[in-house]
Design a binder for this molecule. Structure first.
Ligand code: DGJ
Length: 727
């Protein structure tokens, strides 16, 4: 058993980590430890300083040194003597907001809990245990059940909370975070992933300051601007050494992660639904379930931490036929044609692609309604026969005859004012009566908190999927959401809507993915604007960014790799000059960068020279050869592109018999030594042969001395080394 409980002392041991909590004589639940295994009760670290202006609970009597404001707490409530950032805050029927949570009981069960209506890590009975700890407010009927899902073998602990109104009067939940983690004073830094459209998940690592640092989204989606994932690490932590703790929220709506360094240099992380766009009324007897946060810890640096997240997301978050299956190499017509195509043009792209070994044609935006630009047509999910004569069926039949699969783009959550759907159901769009709505890319968003809307979307999409041989769906979403209002809720409850929207989205995705298990769903939100573990529960891959420039992608994919597995990263070779940056990079580089993901193309192959087509065919052949290693192998970051002038990464197979090293050197420098990178994850004792040069090295040499990279010429030049173990 990974979870051991004795006299209200809770110890969770995973393969390499230890997590401890305990209650004291007042029933306060402390957080004691999350880190390496120590073989010891860590409560000896507790200290009880008498700190001015940090008051004491009434039942602690004359103990001035006993304060909720200074103790490490497992789930901090607001308004009752802990003045740090809180995990939960409620307003009671009388308008007061204090909440004083004390231990009531615990439960231990086999297997992993699930969460009604929300995605959650799943695991078999023999793969996980669930610990539930019930806390209750002393003066009201509010209870909080903390839930821990322990995946011992992969060093993962999930967290979520259930807020229960066991009292007689309604209460309003003002904030309910999924995770609260108090860690001891130390030299801590945090890493977060910020950006913007076309530039997602840039890595920022900064020391903690006294006070609160925060990342989050108020956009109704997890957003391009901040990703719902953070790392706390010791200052000395590197890729291969040092302590770090990662947290990823399995949620696709607005979120918040706050880190507070308090007056005693202690650190608290809370993470969950964004409270600025949230409030939830709980009638007597009702419960509120928070989304799940996935936690993992590594004492061997961030490389190991990332691998733990890759493992949990790939094996215990992603689902369905394509979870572990080889993904088809696809060609998407968006950057090839934008809105301007007819079936002849699409067939030509497909024909060329099939000759080069590509498996699937994806028809992107513009195939439906009156959709010739981005200011009309969204919502009208019936084929535009002016563009596609003979409809989808005719096109798909022709594509299938070439031996290719067919995939289709949708943006189900959006509606254009210039559309039949909007004319018929203006009330289905999110907007506040008496106020002009904010437009984003000219479009409005449908009210997915309204079951009539999600039912309608289910009907139209499932009809298309039933009537046509569609093997892939790209699920796009192209704006941030505001103007929150729904006719379905009274005025006092409007701020439930952002969360209800996400619940509506998840229920729609659940129905569709369950009813069409053969279809590969790829998530997308203007690229990677909703790249989170919640979406990955429904879509095993997500279009990583609308920026297809190979140089820029080195940074975006580097940031993405801290939490998300390579198989989740949709990545395509596009034309040059690149449409987002105007940069020209070699075709080889575009191929190598796109291979570090779920691979595809997004250009008009008919515009390539014969030589370039041959190179594409070779890339596709190569990717198919490497595909298993790339998706199943252990992924290592070998450089930091933000600092090293190059991006290098590798995969090592589980049996350590094969390693593939790839990357890009950004600038050509004359009269210089060849670049050298140290490899990781090899068998130090074994000998490895470089397939290209025939040179043989020990694993130890490759990991200590490194490998000299092949000569490259020109800017943004890619390299690749494939190593096989001898014997
Ligand atoms: C945004 C997506 O990220 C693109 O790949 C493309 O599908 C466009 N939307 C189409 O409007």
């Amino acid at each position: 058993m990974a979870v051991k409980v004795k006299d209200n002392f809770f110890s969770i041991e995973t393969r390499n980590t230890l997590y401890q909590m305990k209650t004291d004589e007042y029933g306060v639940l402390y957080h004691l430890w999350y880190g390496e295994k120590t073989g010891c009760r860590m409560d000896y670290l507790l200290d009880y300083p008498d700190v001015g202006f940090s008051g004491s609970p009434y039942d602690a009597g004359n103990r001035r040194d006993y304060s909720l404001d200074t103790l490490p707490l497992e789930y901090a409530a607001s308004g009752a003597g802990d003045f740090r950032v809180s995990a939960v805050s409620v307003t009671h029927g009388d308008g007061s907001t204090a909440l004083d949570l004390r231990f009531r009981e615990y439960r231990l069960t086999k297997g992993k809990y699930s969460i009604p209506g929300l995605p959650a890590v799943y695991a078999g009975e023999d793969e996980a245990e669930t610990l539930e700890i019930v806390l209750g407010d002393r003066a009201s009927g509010v209870e909080v059940t903390l839930r821990y899902g322990v995946l011992e073998r992969i060093d993962v602990i999930t967290r979520s909370a259930v807020i229960v109104n066991a009292g007689k009067d309604a209460v309003t939940v003002n904030s309910a975070h999924s995770l609260c983690l108090d860690i001891p004073a130390g030299d801590w830094e945090w890493v977060h992933f910020h950006g913007r459209h076309n530039m997602e998940r840039q890595v920022e690592r900064v020391p903690l300051i006294h006070g609160i640092q925060e990342c989050g989204s108020r956009r109704g989606t997890s957003s391009h601007q901040q990703n719902p994932s953070v790392i706390l690490c010791e200052r000395s932590c590197t890729e291969s050494a040092g302590l770090c703790i990662g947290a990823a929220l399995m949620y696709s709506g607005g979120f918040q992660a706050c880190i507070e360094k308090d007056q005693l240099n202690q650190v608290r992380l809370v993470m969950g639904i964004q409270p600025d766009t949230f409030s939830w009324r709980l009638e007597a007897g009702e419960s509120f379930y928070t989304p799940e946060a996935i936690l993992s810890c590594s004492a061997e640096g961030m490389g190991r931490l990332s691998q733990q997240f890759h493992s949990v997301i790939r094996n215990h978050v992603c689902r369905g036929k394509y979870k572990l299956a080889e993904r088809p190499v696809l060609i998407n017509n968006w950057e090839a044609t934008y809105f301007h195509f007819d079936e002849g043009k699409i067939i030509e792209i497909a024909r060329q692609a099939s000759e080069l070994g590509i498996d699937m044609l994806v028809l992107d935006d513009g195939w439906f309604g009156e959709r010739d630009s981005d200011n009309s047509g969204l919502g009208d999910w019936f084929v535009n026969e002016k563009k596609l004569k003979g409809g989808l069926q005719n096109l798909i039949t022709q594509v299938n005859r070439m031996g290719m699969k067919f995939g289709l783009w949708f943006e189900p959550e959006a509606v254009s004012e210039e559309s039949r759907l909007y004319r018929e159901h203006p009330d289905w769009a999110i907007q506040i009566p008496g106020r002009e709505p904010v437009r984003g890319r000219y479009q409005l968003i449908l009210d997915l908190s309204n079951p009539a809307v999600t039912d309608y979307l289910y009907q139209v999409i499932s009809k298309i999927l039933e009537e046509n041989h569609i093997e892939y769906v790209k699920w796009d979403m192209n704006r941030s959401i505001c103007d929150w209002y729904t006719a379905g809720l009274p005025g006092t409850r409007q701020m439930e809507m952002p969360h209800r929207y996400v619940l509506g989205l998840y229920s729609l995705l659940e129905r569709l993915t369950e009813d069409f298990p053969e279809v590969l769903f790829e998530g997308c939100s203007g690229g990677g604007g909703r790249f989170d573990a919640g979406m990955l529960y429904y879509c095993p891959q997500i279009w990583c960014s609308d920026d297809t420039d190979a140089y820029e992608r080195c940074f975006i994919q580097y940031g993405t790799s801290f939490f998300y597995p390579v198989s989740a990263v949709g990545s395509h070779v596009s034309a040059v000059p690149n449409h987002q940056t105007g940069r020209t990079t070699p075709l080889k580089t575009r191929g190598i960068v796109a291979m570090a993901g779920s691979f595809g193309y997004e250009l008009d192959l008919n515009c390539l020279t014969g030589e370039e087509k041959a190179e594409v065919a070779e890339q596709v052949r190569k990717y198919k050869g490497y595909r298993r290693l790339i998706h199943d192998g252990r992924y290592y970051r070998l450089s930091n592109p933000f600092a090293d002038g190059m991006s290098a990464w590798s995969w090592v197979s589980e049996d350590r018999k094969q390693a593939l090293v790839q990357g890009v050197i950004f600038r050509a420098v004359p009269n210089s030594l060849r670049r050298r990178v140290r490899l990781t994850g090899l068998d130090g004792e074994a000998h490895y042969r470089d397939r290209e040069s025939g040179a043989v090295y020990t694993g130890a040499a490759l990991m200590s001395g490194g490998i000299l990279l092949p000569w490259t010429r020109g800017d943004d030049a890619a390299f690749e080394v494939y190593l096989e173990r001898e014997g």
